[in-house]
Design a protein around this ligand. Sequence first.
Ligand code: CAO
Length: 461
Amino acid sequence: MKQEIRVPEVAEGVTKGTVVAIAIAVGDQVAADQTLVELETDKAVVEIPSPTAGTIMEVRVEEGAEVAVGAVIVVLDSEGDTGESEKASTGEAEATAGADEPEPESEPEPEPEPTPEEEKQPEPQAPRTAGGASAAEKSEPATGQDQIDLTSVRRDDEVAPASPTVRRQARELGVDIYRVKGSGPGGRISAEDVRNYVRDTMQKIGSGMVVSSTAGQPVQRPLPDLSRFGTISREPLSKVRELTADAMSYAWSTIPMVTQYDKARIDDIEKFRKQFNASATAENKLTMTAFLVKDCAAALRAFPHFNSALDLASKELVLNHFINIGVAVDTPAGLLVPVIRDADGKGIERIATELNKLAEKTRERRVSPQELEGGTFTISNLGGIGGNAFTPIVYPPQVAILGVSEAEMAPVWNGKKFAPQLMLPLSLTYDHRVIDGAAGARFLRWICQALENPLNMVMKG
Ligand code: CAO
């Protein structure tokens, strides 16, 4: 018997919803109460079950489509229900165990003669994206379902092609379904795919390998429809912004970071800087950042672990015998980090000249890719703009970064009285897998002491 299955009233006041998953395809046999479609409403995601056992004749909706309460979503042939309760319950068992599988594994039933109406049924569909196009439609060339390119179908704003059962399984295991690669037609994700993902992840953790949460692709769940709350506009991400997003997500999700704060008294250095700059040109103008580059280079010589990279796969710490300091430069296109090479072997004036030139080239986007690579430690000086503290993010494979905030006159107790002193706030973020808190505190203190008495840079470095 042909039966139309409609969107039920799922909650009070809910009049429509968006189809986020279709668990069945034309020709599938379903058991009573088996989920047909997952519908996302303003209140929750609800599963719409089949009221009876039968065979799917038509699927009238697509993933991503908005449907109103009362709309027909599926047409079911419930004829086989009578006298076949045995088969229906078997079907249910199969459907539960293999709900993630696109095809039932049992031998197909002998096909009854198709009615003219059945002859017009479309082929089972590949999963549909939120935009309405099927995976097969989106992949080029689509010579067969096996050749569908997942990268072109599983984009941020699309719905992961998995049945509700598989989604539930992923949720229960704490797996983000968007990170699982589906092995079925059209990239459909099966229960086995989820299990394999968990197994792979556990093996990587067991072998000490860092598990990238992004695998080189920024992962983001679909945005809600923000235009529901007001006017919005969109602007394309610049390449720099895209790369920054990727690098920051990777760093944030893979490195356990700690930030340590300290302050350096810089009256003497500032006095010297002003005297020097009285006769300096635009090229060799001495800035606080140039002092910091020299200071950090000397500190890295004294504390080699801060100038390293962690190689968990080989269970080694890679110690860089060269000291290349990256300096974060604010540009109209976004943040770029050109590198002062072999900074420990250079005088402060030379560093200042190089830095001024490099910063200008970077702001004008004339910096070469080679000048942006090979850094072993980074300085991010926001002090020229303002602020009294921030937590910079380590730039992998480096293990530490120094944040610099705005120097300010402050009353400092000198043992007898409070005296006004120019204090520079510093924040050191480090990879806690490589660096312990005590080492972090010593390193940052060393940097402060070298700024307070620059002779320390040459004496101790
Ligand atoms: N406290 C107080 N004043 C500071 C200062 C600080 N920490 N750092 C710089 N200044 C002063 C400079 O001394 C200079 O003053 P004078 O003209 O009197 O000499 C003025 O601010 C401007 O300095 P500058 O910015 O031209 O030069 P710089 O070498 O100090 O900085 C650079 C160079 C590239 C670090 C800076 O231009 C820049 O881009 N900073 C932003 C970095 C950034 O965005 N970081 C965020 C990354 S997210 O972690």
